[in-house]
Write a protein that binds this ligand. Sequence first.
Ligand SMILES: [Zn+2]
Length: 141
Amino acid sequence: MDAPFSTPVLEGWFTLDQREPHLLGARCASCGTYYFPKAIKFCRHPDCAGETFEEVRLSRQGRIWSYTNAVYKPPEPYVANEPFVPYAIAAVELEKERMIVLGQVAAGIGVDSLRVGMEVELALEPLDDGKLCWKWRPAQP
Ligand SMILES: [Zn+2]
């Protein structure tokens, strides 16, 4: 049971703390703009020539900005079980970072239980290939 939960789908994109996982982003040392994913060589802010970034943990909670239903199996290299089980995808706005981060919604939570503006939080769940990925789920009170 332990092994699948220790292998992230992408190395270095998020912390592996099961209780309070964080996405790992970058913040421009000159203007403070946040980026995710963190791999960035120069700041994209039009008024900034920054080339120095620090790794930061992004906010664990945000609000749903938009969402949709993935009813078709994604192409390779995505590994999906047969039969394919549809899942929801949410675009989540992080207020402090002023950015939108896409992610699957946690297993068992369909679009019927989502709405724009809803508070969600980051969780880690294995994908069909057993590798750990970040997902959004309704915020726990
Ligand atoms: Zn900058």
